[in-house]
Design a binder for this molecule. Sequence first.
Ligand code: ACM
Length: 539
Amino acid sequence: MIKQLFILGWFLFISSGVFSQNEAIVPLPNYMVKKDGQFTIKSKTKIVFDQASDTLRRTAEYLNAAIALQTGFRLAFAGSSENDNNCIVLKLHAADSLGKEGYIMKVKPDGIEISSAAQNGLFYGIQSLIQMLPFKQENANQLAVNCIEIIDEPRFAWRGMMLDCSRYFFSTEFIKKLLDNLALHKINTFHWHLTDDQGWRIEIKAFPRLTSVGAYRKETLQGHKKDIPEIMDGKPYGGFYTQTDIREIVNYAGERFITVVPEIEMPGHAQAAIAAYPWLGSTDVPTDVATKWGVKPYLLNPFDTTFHFLEKVLSEVFDLFPGEYIHIGGDEAVKEQWKSNPEIQDKIKALNLKDENELQSWFIKRIQKYAQSKGKKIMGWDEITEGGAPEDAAIMYWRSDHKQPLEDAVRGNHPVVVTPQEFCYFDYYQAFPPKEKLAIGGYLTLDKVYTFEPVPRFCTKQQAQQIMGAQANLWTEYISTADHAEYMLFPRLAALSEVVWTKPDLKDYPDFVRRMEKLLSIYDSKGINYCKKQIVKCP
Ligand code: ACM
């Protein structure tokens, strides 16, 4: 009996697609049918697109660079494919039901056509085609691509990744490389955590001390925050992004159809700002930029001077980031300093508020009104639902062990991005700890990320529409280098990309692992320091 079950299981495993001829594309396209034959890219093949469009030219360049990596030659560009079959055509057509990120790709023996209603979809079609190219060939004089028809569009509009640049500072070069790799996975949102207790990392011209003071700490805790005794390294640490750096990053991301969402934390996680400008604080005791990890007590005070400060900061931030949303943090604001400050207690009474949670809600609503007056929307961590979130605020759900804020956000008609710790915190260990570099804790394997379902079970069909998508979060208390950041991100980000792109009934973990082999060669060619222990052949 056991043997029969084993044979049946093996049969189901084979027929589930593990050995199917599907192209090894990650995230898996939503419709893909293999056809007979191949198209061969040769040195005389042309890339055809509207020559008046600089955006299309950039997208074509992206493909050309991937082809040149293996062949050493670059394809010529042309405005029309008349009298010539040997072409890769990028075609914009009238809006259709696939939306601006969807695309259709047809590979036939005489050429390739990728079409979409918008540049975004063409870019994603190119990403799929790049993954279909044969790999590990150097100086190949031609590249054969299997004939296929793909009709594809993403499941969610928000497909994100958050990088904490406060705990450790990451260079603009690394962020550009990261953006290229996000694009490879069809991730379209880069959430940039720019301010926190351990460092303020964005230049604000109106308040230079935010970076001259707030971007530097005296020293940094070594080892885990729970280790006894505490060991400090005794070395000053810091850095920040100038507004020129930020414009460069935002532009670079835009060219890859990635929106950058900056996070400016308030009212908590504000110790670096308070170190720079003590009048922002809720006590009379000056402080320094934090040197250790963990939740800190420092809160911005809720007086007009603070709002004038925040409005000036935000007006510079809004000028730098063209996206619809700005993230205002709102998490882990322990209220002790507000509780013990008599003037703040008087303010709570004067505003007729019940408690400090309602004061935080009042604080965030005031910021939301300012953002709205500038044509922007705010997003905050799920704590902003405590005391009531502003009407049009989006909620970023993170606390796996607190389900109430998620239910409140959905029932309050807020748009929601889900990033629960148990599936989306990529600072957790991904392999058995003894041989791993120190991490914050937790355990999140590749297959567990793959099983994540972003739409909560309690949602009605209509409420499911409020789930904008999901993202991976990389907090960096224990990640000080670019190599280590990549190790924590890849290949788990590949699993998340399939969670947010592919329809759930098409997901198949053994097939994902099979397709990953190709993606890993691409990782190798791009010099990505991924975690190799994660790719375990199934079963
Ligand atoms: C968070 O992890 N504090 C949002």
